[in-house]
Design a protein around this ligand. Structure first.
Ligand SMILES: NC(=O)c1ccc[n+]([C@@H]2O[C@H](COP(=O)([O-])OP(=O)(O)OC[C@H]3O[C@@H](n4cnc5c(N)ncnc54)[C@H](O)[C@@H]3O)[C@@H](O)[C@H]2O)c1
Length: 254
């Protein structure tokens, strides 16, 4: 799908991978709505790209619905959605303080999986009412962010891996169902990227993580993720699958 003048929603667009997508798609000519819980940071990104920021907790379906309504009002019909809002909790199933509290597991599922679902259901409902965006009979594109932890989760990633495994598993059934409307659904599973989520770790840990990547031996850059998002939007044959973006990294048990 051509990006110029299209309306895009990026969740988690205030930081890291989401912010990089907001900048990248704006440079390609899109009108970008930044959905995030961190409203000040979201407004800063939106101001830079002459988009709009909307306070939106993706776990709340009513808030998501309202943010879509506002986006339509200010920027027009949404054609492209990039789901990046997420958290990366790390805790063992059996920790020093006992079993992993169920509410911590539920929180990861709520934000990473239910949040992605909430945005996808709203996006799909709205895109399905639109006419074709171009002569390729395309109505919309939804790109969700999984993680390679969905496939080879490390010790301490039970909750995170479960949430991202759900994101992976939604991809094909959603793509199959939405094909009738000309809506594509894709997921990207990043390896290890240098974003605030990762940069909060000690420098030594970051270096050691980067060194585990076969090639290139470094952390991924958020812009490299955003470049793939742009390609997925443009390339119509990409549908119903999950792309690993990881420099051949396969996570070790710990
Ligand atoms: N950085 C990595 O190495 C890496 C690897 C694999 C997958 N991912 C995934 O990529 C996505 C983006 O991660 P990032 O590294 O850019 O992290 P980040 O912390 O820089 O950005 C995440 C953004 O999501 C927002 N967010 C969190 N909960 C939210 C909620 N309930 N509602 C709305 N917004 C919310 C945060 O405010 C933040 O702006 C996440 O889903 C993460 O799991 C990241």
């Amino acid at each position: 799908m051509d990006i110029s003048n299209k309306t895009v929603v990026v969740t988690g667009g205030a930081s890291g991978l989401g912010a990089a997508c907001a900048y990248q798609l704006s440079l390609a000519g899109a009108k970008v709505a930044v959905f995030d819980q961190q409203v000040e940071a979201a407004e800063k990104v939106a101001k830079d790209i002459r988009g709009r920021a909307f306070l939106c907790d993706v776990t709340d379906p009513t808030a998501v619905e309202y943010a879509f309504k506002q986006t339509k009002e200010y920027l027009g019909d949404v054609r492209i959605v990039v789901n990046c809002a997420g958290i990366a909790p790390g805790k063992r199933l059996i920790g020093r303080e006992g079993p992993l509290p169920t509410d911590e597991f539920v929180k990861a599922i709520q934000i990473n999986l239910v949040g992605t679902f909430n945005v996808m259901r709203q996006a799909a409902a709205e895109m399905s009412t639109l006419s074709w965006a171009d002569k390729s009979q395309s109505c919309g594109v939804i790109i969700n962010t999984a993680s390679i932890a969905a496939f080879e989760g490390q010790i301490g990633q039970v909750a995170y891996s479960a949430s991202k495994g759900g994101v992976v598993s939604m991809t094909l059934p959603a793509a199959r169902e939405l094909a009738q409307f000309g809506i594509r659904v894709m997921a990207i599973a990043p390896g290890i990227f240098a974003t605030p989520m990762l940069l909060a770790m000690p420098a030594q840990v970051q270096e050691s993580l980067g060194a585990q990547v076969p090639f290139p031996k470094r952390l991924g850059q958020a812009q490299e993720f955003a470049q793939l998002v742009e390609h997925v939007v443009r390339n119509e044959m990409l549908n119903g699958s999950v792309i690993r973006l990881d420099g051949a990294l396969r996570l070790q048990p710990k």
